[in-house]
Design a protein around this ligand. Structure first.
Ligand code: SF4
Ligand code: SF4
Length: 433
């Protein structure tokens, strides 16, 4: 993205003064000095508040770290959140109005949680989601609603998005429409991208940033915000986003590739019932085609996550969610082929691996003595005839072009004081008494 391509906010001059040093897009992030303060306006559309809950659990970085400005290079963040803010009523709405008329005095980012209802089509009364009332709108501008009438979420988004340093959609409802936009949707719900359109650019020239998930991983959101801020501050590289505005480094891989159960899939072993520990594809897991990093990052503080907790992937981060992944808990048709193939070769592979594992579970010394000195079970050191035959060829391959360490180990003498407590000849016990 070249600086020349960056669009300048219409009221950037009002915010910083006409003579303010030209930063990235004219909204701060100056060439000579970093931002010191950034407002984040959290706007809840057709939402369940699950994204808010998820973000409060973020740890890398945490919301607290962002609010306190304790991360080097990042500005202090002032969060205006309908649930977390101390202010309520008109006091809570006032900064939103200041952002609308450009008198906030500092740059801002808008974050949308929940989808956007199609209520701008209602000419007069009627709305699906709103906050504040007509008289909360800045006096210098004509309010879209009569005094006492609710301002719609869509009124705020439409007015605030062009002047925002960035517009971030959090959660699958805001990024792709999600549950409120599913089949049977009567609200005409849609994503932030659908509402603002393809040509939307923030005041700094950035298209809508999408951090999906239902609910999303909180760290995915805070990390993305931090990465974008570092770029705006001029101390970090431009974060890479994919063609749908997702942070590419977070959503480039599939669930399956990093799944804790992927080894079961590869060996063709599948769970029959909930609570089983094997691969969940027969129970409806779509992980092989779903872009989500919960199998690497966990749900909170690198803990938990769907497969760890026993849940099949239902594709909640994907634009096709939920309709294209329903009915939930029915195996995806594609798994008939890949799962069937894995079942076929997996049975043989598993047995061969078990032989190698059994051999690797023996000290070389035990191979020589033919005994395992474990009091935990009746362990036998001697391999079966089949295992010996397989082992012969396996070792040929393993040590080809190298020293046959197994052979060398086989020539070592057996230690004299093995099984010391059972010895009667030169017993150390007798010496001690
Ligand atoms: S199909 Fe699902 S449960 Fe099985 S390994 Fe892949 S992601 Fe994990
Ligand atoms: S693994 Fe699937 S269901 Fe779980 S969070 Fe990721 S996309 Fe959603």
């Amino acid at each position: 993205m070249s600086v020349g391509a960056i669009q300048k906010a219409p009221h950037a001059g009002k915010v910083f003064g006409e003579d303010a040093a030209m930063g990235v897009g004219g909204l701060g992030g100056t060439e000579t000095g970093p931002l010191s303060l950034l407002h984040v306006f959290w706007i809840a559309g057709m939402s369940c508040d699950g994204c808010s809950v998820a973000v409060t659990g973020a740890t890398s970085p945490s919301v607290e770290e962002l609010l306190m400005g304790s991360i080097p290079g990042l500005p202090r963040v002032v969060l205006h959140h309908p649930v977390l803010s101390v202010d309520a009523g008109h006091g809570f709405i006032r900064p939103f109005a200041k952002a609308v008329d450009g008198t906030l005095g500092a740059p801002y980012v808008i974050v949308l949680e929940g989808s956007i209802p199609d209520d701008q089509r209602f000419e007069r009364e009627g709305y699906f989601s709103g906050f504040g009332v007509g008289e909360d709108w800045p006096e210098s501008l004509t309010s879209p609603r009569a005094p006492g009438q609710p301002l719609r979420v869509t009124d705020w988004v439409k007015a605030m998005a062009p002047g925002a340093a960035a517009a971030i959609a959090i959660g699958t409802c805001a990024t792709w429409g999600g549950i409120p936009a599913a089949a049977g949707n009567v609200t005409g719900s849609m994503s932030l991208m659908d509402f603002l359109g393809k040509d939307y650019r923030s005041a700094l020239g950035v298209p809508v940033i999408n951090v999906p998930g239902c609910s999303p991983i909180g760290d995915n959101f805070t990390e993305t915000v931090a990465a974008v801020l570092l770029f705006l501050q001029g101390v970090g590289p431009l974060p890479e986003f994919d063609e749908l505005g997702r942070p590419a480094w977070l959503f480039g891989e599939t669930v399956h590739r990093h799944c804790v159960r992927a080894g079961y899939y590869e060996e063709g072993v599948f769970a029959d019932d909930y609570g089983d520990q094997e691969c969940l594809v027969d129970l409806g897991c779509w992980g092989p085609i779903v872009q989500c990093n919960i199998t690497e990052r966990g749900a909170i503080n690198h803990m938990g996550g769907c497969m760890v907790a026993g849940g099949p992937c239902i594709g909640c981060t994907m634009p096709g969610f939920p309709d294209k992944f329903s009915p939930f808990y029915k195996s995806p048709p594609g798994s008939l082929i890949s799962g069937g193939i894995a079942r076929t070769y997996g049975a043989g592979i598993r047995r061969l691996r078990r032989m190698s594992m059994r051999s690797a579970n023996r000290e070389s010394l035990w191979d020589r003595t033919g005994e395992v000195p474990s009091g935990w079970a009746l362990e036998h050191a001697k391999p079966t005839t089949a295992a010996r035959a397989v082992g012969f060829f396996y070792k040929r391959l393993q040590y080809s072009g190298s020293v046959d360490q197994a052979k060398r180990a086989g020539k070592l003498p057996v230690p004299e004081t093995m099984n010391v407590l059972q010895r009667t000849d030169r017993s150390t016990n007798e010496e001690q008494t």
